[in-house]
Design a protein around this ligand. Structure first.
Ligand SMILES: [Zn+2]
Length: 355
């Protein structure tokens, strides 16, 4: 058993005799004496007791010193324990990192799965004024979508129909429904109970109950406090993300509400809940659910092909079976408007309409 040295520039193997010092290792080669200080040395691979120790020098990385003498290795271990243990330390830190990553993963999973139901309950307990305080900014946003349709008689018809739905909803705060002159078929609910239907929705509806079903669905979002819920969820998630990763990728709540198009869409869970609320409301008023069913049927048929209602689809994620859900759970038989009132409602944007 001896030690040998490869200088890195030739394949020659030099047998060397080592001297181990508290500061480093000295050995003679044909080219002269070398003094390797421990602080400049790196171990080449994981050291196991009973095997050789292979070292290289930081400044001569092609060179190799392979030490086979057990007593030399134990002296080196005594003077420079890190040189031999670094691998174990690294292994330990890998284990710690893995445990930490696992912990973070569990925490993230907990946050993502536990926060939504908690946020749902918390949202309903938050004061209503919390949603109303952004009203001025939201009115600006509504104006940006389009001009309000103000035709008097059609608006009266709309308010009467909405009033019947709201009376059955028993929500203690005011909810408003208005129509904006835009040809896209869509509907939005803004914080503070403001429901905005786009003209395209009314243009494309074949029965008044399609509109009633959409309004009932949007009332569901208001009553379920889905805006507040999302606000809580976003905040808890971004606080958790900031805590874990030290940065906040979601921005402020204001940003997430006003700047992102996604701000007006809710989760599938929220959509299902709003559907459940809607069908219950239609049943209470004995309204025929087939309007809602037909609406969602056309919605799912329109797919991503730029079909009948692509706008609505983009803010209300499609879910299979929505039409069936309305048909199966609906018990009513009436239309929400008389044929005459339905024709009047269809004229709601006529004065400001762009054709
Ligand atoms: Zn919705």
């Amino acid at each position: 058993m001896s030690s040998h040295f490869f200088d890195g520039s030739s394949p020659k193997r030099y047998d060397v005799t080592l001297e181990v010092w508290p500061e480093g290792i000295s050995f003679e080669t044909e080219r002269g004496a070398l003094n390797w200080r421990y602080e400049d040395l790196t171990r080449l691979w994981y050291y196991r007791p009973g095997q050789h120790l292979a070292l290289t020098h930081r400044k001569h990385q092609d060179s190799r010193l392979v030490i086979e003498e057990a007593d030399a290795i134990s002296s080196i271990r005594m003077h420079a324990p890190n040189l031999l243990n670094r691998g174990r330390e690294r292994l330990r830190s890998v284990r710690i990192a893995a445990a930490l990553a696992g912990g973070i993963l569990v925490l993230v999973a907990a946050i993502y799965f536990l926060v939504p139901p908690i946020a749902d309950r918390m949202a309903r307990a938050m004061p209503w004024s919390f949603e109303e305080k952004d009203a001025p900014e939201l009115v600006q946003l509504e104006r940006f979508i389009g001009t309000p349709c103000t035709a008097a008689r059609p608006n009266q018809v709309l308010q009467d129909m909405t009033g019947r739905l709201l009376a059955a909803a028993h929500f203690p705060h005011p909810i408003t429904v208005s129509v904006t002159d835009r040809k896209t078929a869509n509907a939005f609910t803004f914080p503070g109970g403001r429901i905005v239907l786009l003209r395209g929705l009314i243009d494309k509806a074949r029965t008044p109950n399609e509109i009633a079903a959409v309004i009932a669905h949007e009332i569901g979002h208001v009553v379920n406090r889905d805006h507040t819920e999302r606000w809580i969820r976003n905040n808890v998630l971004s606080a958790a993300t900031t805590m874990l990763f030290g940065f906040n990728p979601t921005g402020s709540v204001g940003e997430s509400l006003f700047q992102s198009g996604l701000a007006l869409s809710f989760s599938r869970e929220d959509e299902r809940d709003a559907d459940a609320f809607a069908i219950d409301l239609l049943n209470r008023l004995d309204l025929d659910p087939s309007g809602g069913a037909a609406f969602f049927e056309r919605l799912s048929r329109s797919g991503g092909l730029g079909g009948i209602l692509p706008g609505y689809l983009s803010t209300h994620p499609e879910s299979d079976g929505r039409a069936d859900y309305f048909r199966e759970h609906g018990t009513g038989a009436k239309q929400a408007l008389s044929p005459a009132d339905w024709l009047i409602l269809k004229q709601i944007c006529i004065k400001t309409g762009q054709g």
